[in-house]
Design a protein around this ligand. Structure first.
Ligand SMILES: Nc1ncnc2c1ncn2[C@@H]1O[C@H](COP(=O)(O)OP(=O)(O)O)[C@@H](O)[C@H]1O
Ligand SMILES: [Mg+2]
Length: 347
């Protein structure tokens, strides 16, 4: 649906070159809710602005629905842009226009007739839950309501792609939730492919099925949300995951095991089915080792359960190896970690 092939973007400001994107490769499939996460300045907004050609790549290609946007003439590009809606952190509404007229803007630009516009705007306002606000001005609305207007406007031309640049970053947690649920509905009911830019891992956890992590103009890690949350490879990704899933020892447990400095601990990752079966119980029952559970946590992602358990195992090494093999055979991820690696994990 959306594909970026070896995309570079360089800005020149006051004779200084800024390489905002350095070789981006990315594929968004139809129906995805694709999240791009990174710290401020990573290049996220630049990336999403390339997808609807608000910016042109310095090098590389951007494909939308199978077409290279770089090959289009102006007329074709205008038509292609109709297929893409976008919402923003600060909503970008026209303050001097009523809600109805804000939502109607794309339809007016498409030269639809009045009756058509009225019908479509009413339909959209109903969908986003703002039928009673058609005559209000943006200044009379809450942040969440303003974003709903932004969403209605973005959907007016019946796009098949919705781009969201930090769409919930100016909202409180509860309003964020309701906007994310609305985006989920848009994806499910209208089969609209959604691309979300954010610096908040909770947004990714809540609604995305795929995620790419950006740092300094590059994608450092990407995959299914379950994969990336379950086994984050890059340190930056691990830091993002930590903001939503506690997966390390609490300070007091850390202190108590410091006496055994350097001793191996085992971090187990349970995903999906392995999280709902009594595998740990079976392991303990069938082996002759002492099992000390130092930490356990479960989180839900993509309607799947992700569990993390940190164990200290005492006993004969051959028995321990047998127990670990049993876990692996039952789909549990097993990672050896030395106790001291936790020393800094709960800063
Ligand atoms: N129009 C522009 N002119 C010059 N530099 C820009 C422009 N847009 C973005 N940049 C620079 O590109 C880098 C990436 O910016 P941006 O894509 O906005 O990051 P993010 O959205 O991840 O915070 C930053 O260093 C930013 O200053
Ligand atoms: Mg940005």
């Amino acid at each position: 649906m959306i594909e970026l092939r070896n995309v570079y973007k360089t800005f020149t400001r006051k004779e200084i070159q800024i390489d905002a994107l350095k070789g981006i490769n990315l594929k968004v499939e139809k129906g995805d809710i694709f999240g791009v996460i990174g710290y401020s300045g990573a290049g996220k907004s630049t990336l999403i602005r390339l997808v609807n050609y608000l910016e042109r790549p310095t090098k590389g290609q951007v494909f939308v629905a199978g077409h290279d946007l770089g090959e289009y003439n102006d007329r074709e590009l205008r038509a292609a842009k109709k297929n893409i809606g976008m919402i923003f952190q600060h909503f970008n509404l026209l303050e001097s226009k009523k809600v109805f007229d804000n939502v109607a803007i794309p339809l007016v630009l498409l030269k639809k007739n009045k009756a058509e516009i009225r019908k479509r705007v009413q339909e959209l306002l109903e969908f986003v839950g703002l039928s009673d606000k058609a005559g209000s001005y943006p200044s009379e609305l809450s942040g969440g309501q303003k974003q709903r207007v932004g969403i209605a406007r973005a959907l007016a031309s019946n796009p098949s792609i919705l781009l969201c640049d930090e769409a919930t970053s100016a909202l409180d947690p509860q309003t964020t939730q309701s906007i994310l649920q609305l985006l989920k509905r848009i994806n499910a009911e209208y089969n609209i492919t959604v691309m979300i830019i954010t610096h908040e891992m909770s947004v990714i956890q809540e609604i995305c099925n795929k995620v790419a992590v950006m740092e300094e103009g590059r994608i450092i890690e990407q995959g299914s949300v379950l994969e990336v949350f379950g086994h984050p490879q890059h340190e930056t990704t691990q830091n993002f995951v930590k903001t939503v899933i506690q997966n390390s020892l609490t300070p007091s447990v850390q202190k108590s095991i410091k006496a055994e400095h350097g001793k191996l601990l085992y971090k187990l990752n349970f995903i999906g089915k392995s999280a709902s079966e009594p595998i740990l119980y079976e392991m303990i029952r069938s082996s002759n080792i002492k099992v000390n559970i130092l930490f356990a946590n479960t989180t839900e992602i993509q309607e799947m359960t992700l569990g993390t358990v940190i164990l200290q195992l005492n006993g004969d090494q051959a028995e321990i190896n047998k127990a670990l093999a049993f876990l692996k055979n039952n789909g549990v991820g097993v990672e050896e970690v030395e106790s001291y690696v936790f020393d800094h994990s709960n800063r």
